[in-house]
Write a protein that binds this ligand. Structure first.
Ligand code: SF4
Length: 444
């Protein structure tokens, strides 16, 4: 039965506690930092989308220069604290650490990064100063990672920034779209306040593009505009029965969890999650941690093609989620308007497409799962209506850019998920930096 308040408050706290706890003492961080070989031409830095100088910040930790270490990280990635908790480091910095070649554990770069950045935020170390105001004004749409990163890099150069945000809190995906056991809403808020403390950045909350403001108005009022409104609409399954009660989308489910508290979010006994990206894993594991008895993840390809990382898959398995490979939803069945079963097709992989990825093809074989909740996590779509009514060049709703950030509209730039359709937080941070650089070139 779909119901809320399944567990005690203490059980929720345990289930949603930090999955990668921080160092409990400085000695442990020092020991790990001292293992680093400080590689020349460090592969960990090369593979970081924001090019954090990893050996430098680790060296600074070994000498007790934690402020310097935090400055090194934030200078490349102002969301370095959040990224230390949500980056898929196993395929980025830690995955490229030379210790992997020696069959030894890589340096725990993310944990060390968290060590320095959390200290900086907790102590509110002011590591950057803004140049005096240049009188230039820039509007940013969206206070997620791309918008905040762009705002920080503009404000450092004396540009006054106003961010328009549709929600009542900043942080975007970090605040509303990631599993609570990875990063808490509270730590997101602290990070946002830390970024804002540089000065020169104002956020207008509860302000929706296309309703409260338009791109045209922003173009008139500001010297430049940066669009960073992300993606947010769940892709539909387009199968019969999708509108039955108990069929929800993963984005709304996670949003509820993050904004309302665990006990108030309804979850079923038997839950099927469709998809195997990071959002699907976050939805499945959290459904289990909310008290669902059985969670099955239905994925239409094989493990070789899965979009989530092995680490994420392991989390889901350890939480007791079952993975059903090569299966896709065919129909949702219900009684009295409520979902009771999910009928799936068995799939096979066909020929590779242009990208080399093999497409799944439905067979005539089906199977049926008894479920009382279906969570759709089959990808996200751009905010098509925002883009299509605005003369912005776009590809299927994703804003088209040139030179890393310029749109076809003069003085209007864009970056992050609204351009790339949804990548990692760290990619959005870099897109914000690219946007700021392009805007500074345009303004001065
Ligand atoms: Fe240190 Fe590993 Fe980076 Fe080399 S690759 S600098 S050992 S973290």
């Amino acid at each position: 039965m779909v119901k809320n308040n399944r567990l005690t408050e203490a059980e929720y706290q345990v289930n949603f506690s930090d999955i990668h706890p921080a160092y409990t003492n400085s000695n442990a961080a020092m020991v790990d930092a001292n293992r680093c070989l400080f590689c020349y031409d460090a592969p960990c830095t090369k593979v970081c989308p924001t090019s954090i100088d990893v050996p430098k910040f680790i060296k600074q930790i070994t000498t007790g220069n934690i402020k310097g270490s935090a400055h090194t990280i934030f200078n490349s990635n102002i969301l370095g604290a959040s990224c230390s908790k949500v980056c898929p480091v196993e395929k980025l910095c830690e995955g490229s650490c030379v210790f992997n070649l020696l069959d030894e554990a890589p340096i725990p770069i993310a944990l060390l990064q968290r060590y320095s950045t959390e200290k900086a935020i907790a102590a509110n170390w002011q590591l950057f100063t803004s140049k005096p105001s240049t009188g230039k004004k820039v509007a940013i749409v969206g206070a997620g990672p791309a918008g905040l990163s762009c705002a920080f890099n503009l404000s450092k150069e004396g540009v006054d920034v106003t961010i328009y945000e549709k929600e009542s809190k900043a942080g975007g995906l970090m605040t509303y779209g990631i599993a609570a056991y990875k990063v808490t809403p509270e730590s997101c808020e602290e990070e946002v306040n830390y970024i804002l403390s540089i000065g020169g950045i104002t956020i207008q909350y509860n302000t929706v593009l296309g309703k409260d403001i338009t791109i045209n108005e922003l173009q008139t009022e500001y010297d430049a505009v940066f669009l960073a409104f992300g993606v947010g609409l769940a892709r539909q399954l387009s199968v019969p029965g999708e509108s039955l009660e108990g069929v929800v989308d993963a984005i709304s489910f996670i949003y509820q969890l993050r904004s309302q508290g665990f006990s108030s979010v309804p979850v079923g006994d038997k839950v099927a999650v469709i998809g195997l990206g990071m959002t699907a894993i976050d939805a499945a594991t959290q459904a289990k941690r909310l008290g669902a008895k059985e969670v099955s993840i239905v994925y239409r390809r094989t493990q070789d093609e899965m979009p989530c990382t092995q680490v994420e898959l392991d989390i889901a398995k350890l939480d007791g989620c079952k993975i059903i490979w090569l299966a896709a939803p065919k129909e949702v069945l219900g009684v009295d308007g409520k979902v009771t079963q999910l009928v799936c097709n068995n799939m096979v992989l066909g020929e590779p497409d242009a990208s080399g990825r093999r497409s799944p093809v439905a067979t005539v074989e089906t199977f049926t799962l008894d479920v009382d909740m279906v969570i759709k996590a089959a990808g996200q779509m751009p905010f098509d209506t925002l883009v299509s009514g605005s003369n912005l060049n776009n590809k299927s709703g994703k804003i088209a850019i040139e030179d890393k950030a310029s749109t076809n509209l003069k003085g209007v730039f864009a970056g992050g998920d609204c351009v790339n359709g949804g990548k990692e937080v760290v990619d959005a941070v870099q897109a914000g930096k690219d946007g700021a650089k392009a805007i500074l070139n345009f303004l001065f």
